[in-house]
Each structure stands twice: as C-alpha cells, then as structure tokens.
Design a protein around this ligand. Structure first.
Ligand code: KG4
Ligand code: ZN
Length: 345
C-alpha cells in the first residue's frame, strides 16, 4: 500500500510517499520560515500564497524521489486540521483533486494524531499497537499536549497548555533575546555553552481548579506565558546580556525552565505505560532529547522520539497514519471542510 500524503497546515509545504504506513519512500518539505522571519512569526496570508505557489512542485518532487509512477499510488491523504484555515485549504484541495484525478481513495488526517504517529515512521520502531499503552507528548509551535494512548485511534487527553505552546515560548523568548526567528533552533544553539543555572525562571506550575484547565489534571497542564514575561522583566531590569557568554547563559536558563516543565509533566503522566512517544518541532531540541532520555532510563520505559526529519511538520506522518487506516475516508472525506480548531481525541 503506497500512500501519497500532503501537509500544509502551517508554514511548511510538504508531500511524501509512505509504503505500508511505515516505510518512507520520499518526504519533501519546503519550509517558508525565511518568508516569515522578517515578521517574527507566521503571517497567514503569506503562508497560503506560498503554499499555492509551491504545492505543485513539492508534489511532483515527492513522486519523483519515491521512484514510483502515479499508477503505483494506492491512496491519497491530506491534513484537514488543526491549523491555519487558508493554509489547510490548499493542501486539502490539492489532495482531493489528486485523489479524484488518480481515481484513488482519499483520507483526511488529524495533524496532532499524525505527530503522535511520527516516531513510528522508522524501521527500528516497534509496531504501534505493540508499543501501547503509551504516553504521547506532542510539542510544537502550535501544541503542547500529553495523551494516554491505548491503541491506534484511542487517545485520552491528559494535559495541555493553557496559554502559549512550548514552541511559541521558544520563538517569543528568542525574539526578546534578539536571536531571530525561528527561535527554537536559535535558543538551542545559543544555550550550548551557557550556564543553565545562571537565572532561575518560574516553571509554570498550575493551581488546582483553574477555569482554563477545562477539568484536566493541573499537574499535567502547561503554562508558558508567565515564563516569557519573566524573561521580559529580567531584560527590562538588567538590560540585554553584555556579551556572548552572558547571552548563552540567559538562553540556557530560559530553555532549562521550558525543558524542566515538560519533563516533569511527562514523569507525572507515566504510570504503567511501556513507552513515551514524542513528536513535534520542539522535540528537535537537544536538551529536551537529553532530559527525556534520562527520564526514560530512570522510569524504565522505552523512549520513541521522531527521527529529526519527521519532528517538524511533514507529509510522511500524514501518509503514514493514513496508511494505518486512520483518518476520515469514504464519501465523507470528499465533502469534509477544513477544521482549523480540530482537537484530539
Ligand atoms: O512542528 P512544527 O514544525 O510546527 C507546528 O506544528 O507548530 O514546530 C515548529 C516549532 C517552532 O516554534 C520552532 O521554534 C520549534 O518548533 N523548534 C524548536 C527547535 N527546532 C524547532 N524548539 C526548540 N529547539 C529546537 N531545536
Ligand atoms: Zn505540527
């Protein structure tokens, strides 16, 4: 089963071919981050225009790299939510048009579910069902959520951020530190030589019964907006770091606060599960990966991190998940509207 997958929910135009839900034959990603960098964040109008410009080339390249002909494609899938409305529309329309043209079935896929699945796009990874029950962390520019997963399609939301996503905390922090956009990789790089204990930032613990927790366990929810404000006040009171060493230490302290908060909640979320599964752009963070490895060793669970090329938004995770039979298929998928606020479950 060769599935062609398309992903355009935010600022990456991506297409991929995945065999049997696991073997990635191609995964082409055009990142728009340079287009958005002057604005310090994603500009929806620029994103959708760029998707329209790029989608055809990315789709053709994904087929070419896969080494297959169109006839060998057994189905098409695209993200229908969550994400930016005008970006989602481009990929969903392109995917459906392709399915109709090829006369193949179409599946509409949930982007968050695809991030949960992304660590399984590796020949070394166990089968999804065998790894269950597991705890999944989806950590990106749009999401910071923890799930308990008992099987494919069986998800329980344990906790999520009540304000900014972790990726936003990185991007906004980098902006305050003058490190540019996207901020995650910039803070990751700057932190390497820094002293993580130079400044003590708050860890965003939640109080019980807060309205915004929506009934979720407060110990498993995240909040990053206070941390960003602390950095803002720190810079206001102390000025920007005087030299590269001071900047590295401030970045490393800020990063450590984010990583601490995330690792602490993963630790709390794990009970009898056999595996901790992590996907999303922020899971590229080197310190987070290191700390998650320590946690997994200490809790004796298997840590499944997405391979670097499948951490940030990509078509392979969409094609992979659809290849496992997930997502919405049939007539409904051909009529379905985009769902910018789609949740999981
Ligand atoms: O998964 P993704 O490409 O898009 C969303 O679905 O949101 O994630 C993008 C986010 C950005 O906020 C970016 O700063 C962050 O992932 N990111 C990182 C790193 N690389 C990317 N954050 C921390 N450390 C990194 N190395
Ligand atoms: Zn994403």
């Amino acid at each position: 089963m060769n599935i062609f997958g398309i992903e355009t929910s935010c600022d990456e135009t991506s297409a991929a071919v995945v065999a049997d839900g696991r073997r990635v034959l191609s995964n082409i990603v055009f990142s728009q981050s340079k287009l958005h960098a002057p604005y310090g964040g994603v500009v929806p109008e620029i994103a959708s225009r760029s998707h329209v410009e790029r989608i055809r080339g990315v789709v053709e390249e994904a087929l070419r790299v896969s080494g297959l002909e169109w006839e060998a494609i057994d189905g098409v899938a695209a993200t229908y939510g969550p994400g930016l409305a005008s970006s989602l529309m481009v990929g969903l329309a392109a995917g459906r048009a392709l399915a109709v043209r090829l006369d193949r079935p179409f599946r509409a896929v949930n982007h968050i579910e695809a991030h949960v699945y992304s660590p399984f796009l590796s020949p070394d990874a166990p089968e999804f069902e065998r790894a269950c029950p597991l705890v999944a962390l989806v950590i990106s520019g749009g999401h910071t959520s923890l799930f308990r997963v008992s099987g494919l399609g069986r998800y329980e939301l344990l906790g999520q951020t009540i304000d900014d996503a972790a990726g936003e905390a990185f991007d906004k922090g980098a902006n305050l530190l003058g490190l540019g956009y996207p901020g995650g990789p910039a803070i990751d790089r700057a932190s390497r030589s820094g002293n993580r204990k130079a400044v003590r930032f708050p860890r965003g613990r939640q109080r019980k019964g807060r309205f915004r927790l929506k009934g979720l366990d407060h110990e498993l929810c995240f909040s990053f907006s206070g941390l960003k404000t602390s950095l803002l006040y720190h810079i206001r009171d102390n000025g920007l770091p005087a030299d590269a060493a001071a900047q590295a230490s401030l970045a490393a302290s800020y990063q450590e606060a984010i990583v601490d908060a995330v690792v602490e909640r993963c630790d709390k979320a794990l009970r009898e599960e056999k595996a901790l599964v992590v996907g999303g752009g922020v899971s590229l963070n080197s310190r987070l990966r290191e700390r998650l490895r320590e946690l997994a060793a200490c809790r004796n669970v298997r840590l499944l991190l997405a391979q670097p090329e499948f951490c940030a938004d990509n078509g392979a995770m969409i094609a992979g998940l659809a290849g496992m039979g997930q997502g919405i298929g049939g007539e409904e998928a051909l009529r379905l509207d985009i769902a910018p606020s789609l949740t999981l479950p």
